[in-house]
Design a binder for this molecule. Structure first.
Ligand SMILES: C[S@@+](CC[C@H](N)C(=O)[O-])C[C@H]1O[C@@H](n2cnc3c(N)ncnc32)[C@H](O)[C@@H]1O
Length: 278
C-alpha cells in the first residue's frame, strides 16, 4: 500500500473512533512508526510500504482508535523547550501549563540565581523547562508518586538537566527558602471522573482529582508554602477555572496578595500570590 493511502485510511479510522484531531494524529503516528521526519514523510507519500511496517502502523492506529493518548504511543512530547518521555507513570503535560512556565519565567526575570520548587512535578515538565531556560537556577521538584518521579528522573537524564528530585507529599522535608514555588497540582473535582475524556483516563488519578471542589491538594500546599518563600517570593498555581477565583479569595483572607491570571484562551486558570508586605 502507498503511504498516502495508508494515511487516508488511518485518518478515516481515527475519525470513526471520535479522535479529536484524526488527520494530525494519524500522520504523527505513521511518522513515528515508520521512523520518518516530516520532510521524509511528505517526500515519500507515493512510495509503497512493506507489510511488516503496515502491520505495525495499524497496531498503533488501532490503539489510538481505542483512545490511548497520542503521547503514550509516540512515547514523547515536546514541552516548554524540552523533549520529554511520556507514559502512564505521569500526567501527559498539557499545552496550557506552558503558560504557567511563562509566568514563572516572568516572575524570575530579576532574580540572579533563583531557588525554585516545583510541587507535583509529574514528568518533570515545569522543573526541567525552568532549568532549561535559567541554567543558573537551583531547581527542586517533588512528587508523591514514585512512578512519576522515576519518569521525571529519566527525563532529566535525557535532557542533561540538573534538578533535585524529592519524593514526598507537598513540601515535606523541604524548608527552602525559595524565590518561587510553582505547582500544577491535581485540581479537578472528583465528580469529574465520571465524564472524563477517554484519553484522560490514562492519566493517573493521583494527578487529576482533589476532592469535592478540587482544592484538597492546593489548600494544604498554600499553607505549607507560606513559610518556605523568601520575603517577596511568589507562589504560582495552575487551577481549574471553576476554583481559581475561590482559592485566590481564600489566599487574600489569609493575608496574601493574590490575583487570578488568565490562560491564553482567557480562562481564569492561574493564581499568583505573594505574602502581603513581601
Ligand atoms: C496535574 S499533575 C502535574 C504534573 C506536572 N507538573 C505537569 O504540569 O505536567 C499533578 C502531580 O501532582 C502529584 N501529586 C498529587 N498529590 C500530591 C501531593 N500531596 N504531594 C506532591 N505531589 C502530589 C501527582 O502525582 C502528579 O504528578
Amino acid at each position: 500500500m502507498q503511504l498516502r493511502d495508508l494515511l487516508t485510511q488511518a485518518t478515516a479510522r481515527l475519525t470513526r473512533a471520535g479522535v479529536p484531531s484524526p488527520e494530525v494524529d494519524a500522520r504523527l503516528l505513521l511518522e513515528h512508526v515508520l521512523g520518518l521526519n516530516r520532510t521524509a514523510f511528505l517526500l515519500r507519500g507515493g512510495e509503497e510500504i512493506g507489510p511488516d511496517a503496515e502491520a505495525r502502523a495499524w497496531d498503533s492506529i488501532e490503539r489510538r482508535a481505542a483512545r490511548v493518548p497520542l503521547q503514550h504511543l509516540t512515547g514523547e512530547v515536546e514541552w516548554g523547550g524540552v523533549r520529554l518521555t511520556s507514559d502512564a507513570r505521569a500526567l501527559v503535560p498539557r499545552p496550557e501549563t506552558e503558560w504557567l512556565l511563562h509566568l514563572a519565567l516572568e516572575e524570575l526575570r530579576r532574580v540572579e540565581k533563583p531557588r525554585v520548587l516545583d510541587v507535583g512535578t509529574g514528568t518533570g515538565a515545569l522543573a526541567l523547562g525552568l532549568k532549561a531556560a535559567i541554567p543558573q537556577a537551583e531547581v527542586t521538584a517533588t512528587d508523591l508518586s514514585p512512578e512519576a518521579l522515576s519518569l521525571a528522573r529519566e527525563n532529566a537524564a535525557l535532557s542533561g538537566l540538573d534538578v533535585k528530585f524529592v519524593e514526598g507529599s507537598l513540601l515535606a522535608g523541604l524548608s527552602g527558602p525559595f524565590n518561587l514555588i510553582v505547582s500544577n497540582p491535581p485540581y479537578l473535582p472528583t465528580a469529574d471522573r465520571a465524564t472524563a475524556d477517554p484519553e484522560v483516563r490514562h492519566d493517573p488519578d493521583l494527578a487529576l482529582y482533589a476532592g469535592e471542589d478540587g482544592l484538597d491538594v492546593a489548600r494544604p500546599l498554600v499553607a505549607e508554602a507560606a513559610a518556605a518563600l523568601v520575603p517577596g517570593g511568589a507562589l504560582l498555581l495552575e487551577l481549574d477555572p471553576r476554583n481559581a477565583p475561590t482559592l485566590a479569595a481564600e489566599l487574600r483572607t489569609a493575608g496574601w496578595q493574590a490575583e487570578v491570571r488568565p490562560d491564553l484562551t482567557g480562562r481564569e486558570r492561574f493564581v499568583r500570590a505573594r505574602r502581603a508586605g513581601g
